[in-house]
Ligand binder design. Structure first.
Ligand code: CUA
Length: 351
């Protein structure tokens, strides 16, 4: 009787472990697919990411089938052929089964070949899907990875921005991805796969968003101490909104009228800022090390995408950049509170 209870307990533990494993596999997938969760490659918003998601879902389906069959047979064998109280000595010793062995060699081989062919097809679709039947001229955007922020240049529009790439929905975006220093990787999961950003190399990638939204992204290549703080957002808008945005971005910086902002401009022009930051019409360093600030507050985030663009955060950043983003190239400048206040007033005019 005691032996029977022990086997019951053991099979209960086995079955619960099996169900637990299955749930553990499913939970992360559902968490990632929630609308409020982190950006997910399983919520595609472009033909390229749809091809990737389709392939993923198909592989998941096959893998789930294999999991259920294999685990099911393990559980079945453990329950059905377990040692029973009346069993004595060793169970009968048997040898292999040739037909079974051929089956479980051939079946996985067929599955692997099928996945290989489907992967090749998805890779082809990623480009073809983005290209096919698209109205409008493609827009070239140069994407430059820096430690630790993303720069976006629109050579046809004379625009340079940082942290945020604005593009019209439906138009093909011809990304030319490179790096100013170490290797980074451009990745906005809902819009496509990862593309390495390598100094001295231009990697091309096509992107086309299917609907208007903010698509968040993240550097996907370990690139130093603040790698995790190297974020980006791709904002997709209508053609009209894009035209208005591009027109404003191409303008030189507005001249401040407010006295506090005017004082801030003086601080900017007289300080170390001009050595690294472009403000068109105000400063043009020969080798800009930091983001172009001409329209800095038109962007939703500063500091590599980790701080929302608010007066409080601008002040926080100016007071001590490495405290916000460890290893930041922008040093602590020991600005006085009065200087920070007027600088923030000035930056807020750069819309
Ligand atoms: Cu750049 Cu990680």
């Amino acid at each position: 009787m005691r032996g029977f209870n022990r086997t019951r307990t053991r099979s209960f533990v086995l079955v619960s472990t099996w169900i637990g494993l299955l749930l553990a596999l499913l939970l992360p997938a559902t968490a990632l697919a929630s609308p409020d969760g982190p950006p997910s490659a399983l919520e595609p918003a472009s033909p390229a990411s749809a091809a990737i998601a389709d392939l993923h879902n198909f592989v998941l389906l096959i893998a789930a089938g294999v999991f259920v069959v294999v685990e099911g047979l393990i559980v079945l064998a453990a329950l059905r052929y377990r040692r029973r109280p009346q069993d004595a000595g060793e169970p009968p010793q048997i040898h292999g089964n040739t037909r079974l062995e051929i089956a479980w060699t051939v079946a996985p081989a067929i599955i692997v070949v099928a996945l290989f062919v489907l992967t090749l097809r998805a890779q082809q679709n990623i480009d073809a899907a983005s290209y096919s039947a698209e109205p409008g001229v493609p827009i070239t955007v140069e994407v430059i990875g820096h430690q630790w922020w993303w720069e976006f240049r629109y050579p046809d529009f004379g625009i340079t921005t940082a942290g945020q790439m604005v593009i019209p929905v439906g138009r093909i975006i011809n990304l030319q991805i490179t790096s100013a220093d170490v290797i980074h990787s451009f990745w906005a999961p809902e819009l496509g796969g990862k593309t390495d950003a390598i100094q001295g190399v231009i990697n091309r990638s096509l992107l086309r968003a299917s609907r208007p939204d903010d698509y968040y992204g993240q550097c996907a290549e370990l690139c130093g101490v603040s790698h995790a703080y190297m974020r980006l957002v791709v904002t997709t808008v209508s053609e009209d909104e894009f035209a208005a945005w591009a027109k404003n971005q191409a303008l030189d910086a507005a001249e401040p009228t407010d006295p506090a902002a005017q004082a801030g401009k003086q601080v900017f022009a007289a300080g170390a800022c001009v050595g690294c930051h472009v403000i068109r019409g105000v400063s043009s360093p020969s080798k800009p090390q930091g983001p172009d600030l001409t329209h800095v507050v038109s962007r939703p985030y500063i500091a590599g995408g980790i701080l929302a663009t608010t007066p409080y955060n601008l002040a926080k950043w100016l007071a001590d950049p490495p405290a916000v983003k460890p290893g930041s190239l922008m040093p602590k400048l020991d600005l006085s509170p009065a200087d920070i206040e007027s600088l923030v007033a000035y930056l807020q005019t750069l819309k």
